[in-house]
Ligand binder design. Structure first.
Ligand code: FAD
Length: 481
């Protein structure tokens, strides 16, 4: 029996506020059926990794609770999305499905297939832009091409004037009498079978309420000092909004609107707010690139790098993954990642550079490890970050600029607080030797109870020699290609 109920298909927009699909469904005044369909096989080659699944489990739980407070509930289904939507429409009599547009190419293809099939069944489909500030085709060069360099992209984007007015959460969501069946959350098997998640639990609060708190703290504490502290892994200098943004628990529009308000109210905070907004611009740029160059999730944007002689993986990759490279800043970052599911941006760059340039291991090996271990693992941002560091992407750091992990450590963790926290076996060493402990005189190491090779590894690679080898390989294959 047809009803006027509207199905809202929730995906990476796990929030009630500034959720266009939910807002417009509620505005019809008809019963609303919010559904999440677990369909990992539709995510293409990059199905959500282990840390992301952990986040998703908790985010869905939080969303179900928030929906209940509005008089509604979250319907969970699994299997093929189209089948699940058709079954829900048949069971409930709903004749309309609303959703917010997907950001990733594989999901976009899936969505267009689902849209056609639903419309073929006489079901109305409405899709809304959300979770990016600019539509994928809205920002173009004068010649009408996609941008490949960030600064002109961002300038053009800002000139086009984004709409920064977030939509309110619907105050009430009328349910359908006789609620449709839902799977229990545990049936999606998102949580790890073994208890490795204590570090994640200690560090994060997934869900819209957690995202709201994080945004509030960002605006009050982080944004004002962001321009000064954003490169310091030893300070709480960045927002940590990335997993909340990835899962759509907060929208970029809400973040940008908050930053704009801060700029207007507190002129002293304006440089920080502007710098943070620009960082959101990198997220937009990453989405722009993935939209226009969908193959870059797996292939370099600069195809000359197809010939680059990457090394076989082996013990070096394992040492890098486990935080046992002998370079304290890199090891601190890799251990932070393993324990908390997140790593500071500066350290991501340093760790990625060591892997791709000094160890010459393929950037995809690093991208895959990040994919499984980051709670914010995001195809657009991860691809951009890895290709940028490896030198093969858009606006990439030139290959010959090989990041020195020791110099970076001295500069961005000057008192060594970050290293001491994550690499406690070096905690007793004086600052002077902390960043490159293998260079410390034997007497200093003995005095502080550190034996290199026993308590902490010797460097797995010679920085200078490996840099020269990488540059020679680059000249032979990429530069002269
Ligand atoms: P903030 O500095 O507070 O920035 C606010 C938001 O802006 C971030 O949450 C993020 O959405 C966006 N942002 C900031 N920096 C970047 C950037 N360089 N590129 C794109 N967006 C950015 N970010 C991810 O969200 N997911 C990833 O999988 C990811 N992988 C990366 C891999 C490598 C090798 C590198 C170098 C960077 C990667 N980044 C990734 C980008 C960046 O490191 C993180 O977005 C940032 O560290 C998240 O912390 P934050 O929320 O405190 O950032």
């Amino acid at each position: 029996m047809p009803t006027d109920a509207v199905i809202v298909w929730l995906r990476r927009d796990l929030r009630l506020a500034d959720n266009p699909a939910l807002f417009h469904a509620a505005a019809t005044g008809a019963p609303v059926l919010p559904v999440y369909i677990h369909a990992p096989e539709e995510e293409g080659d990059w199905t959500t990794g282990a840390a992301g699944r952990w986040w998703l489990h908790h985010s869905l739980g939080a969303l179900a609770g928030a929906l209940q407070e509005c008089g509604s509930g979250l319907i969970l289904r699994s299997g093929e999305s189209l089948e699940a939507l058709l079954a829900l429409a048949r069971g409930s009599g709903a004749r309309a499905v609303y959703w917010n547009r997907a950001l990733e190419p594989a999901l976009g293809v899936r969505d267009s297939r689902v849209r056609h099939a639903l419309q073929g069944e006489g079901i109305e489909v409405r899709e809304y832009p959300a979770d990016r500030l600019f539509a994928p085709d809205a920002v173009r060069t004068r010649a009408g091409a996609p941008f490949r360099v960030f600064t002109p992209f961002w300038k053009a984007a800002l000139t086009s004037g984004p709409d920064l007015e977030p939509l309110p959460a619907p105050p009430i969501l009328p349910p359908l009498p006789g609620n449709p069946a839902t799977l229990p959350l545990e049936a999606l098997a998102l949580r790890p079978a073994t208890a490795w998640d204590s570090g994640l639990r200690a560090a994060w609060r997934p869900g819209e309420a957690g995202a709201r708190t994080c945004l509030g703290e960002t605006l009050a504490e982080v944004a004002p000092a962001y321009a000064r502290l954003r490169d310091r892994p030893d300070r709480n200098g960045t927002s940590r909004l990335s997993p909340h943004l990835h899962f759509g628990e907060v929208s970029p529009r809400q973040v940008a609107a908050g930053l704009e308000a801060l700029r207007a109210e507190a002129p002293a905070a304006a440089p920080g707010a502007q710098a943070l907004l620009r960082q959101l611009g990198w997220r937009e740029f990453a989405l722009h690139l993935l939209h226009h160059f969908p193959e870059t999730g797996d292939s370099p944007l600069d195809r000359r790098y197809d010939r680059f002689p990457w090394r076989e993986t082996g013990p070096a990759l394992d040492a890098w993954q486990r935080g046992r490279t002998g370079f304290p800043l890199v090891d601190a970052g890799m251990r932070e990642l393993w324990t908390s599911g997140w790593m500071h941006n500066r350290v991501r760059m340093v760790a990625a550079s060591l892997l791709t340039k000094n160890l010459r291991i393929h950037w995809l090996e690093g991208a895959r490890w990040f994919w499984d271990t980051l709670v914010d693992a995001d195809l657009a941002n991860n691809t951009l970050g890895w290709q940028w560091t490896a030198g093969c992407g858009a606006d990439a750091a030139p290959f010959f600029r090989v990041i020195n992990p020791v110099r970076q450590s001295e500069r961005f963790d000057p008192e060594g607080a970050y290293i001491r926290h994550w690499v406690p076996e070096l905690a007793a060493l004086p600052n002077r030797w902390l960043h490159a402990p293998w260079t410390a005189p034997g007497a200093v190491l003995r005095e502080h109870g550190v034996v290199i090779g026993r308590d902490y590894p010797a460097p797995i690679v010679d920085l200078r020699a490996s840099r020269e080898e990488a540059l020679a390989a680059w000249r032979a294959t990429v530069q002269n290609a």
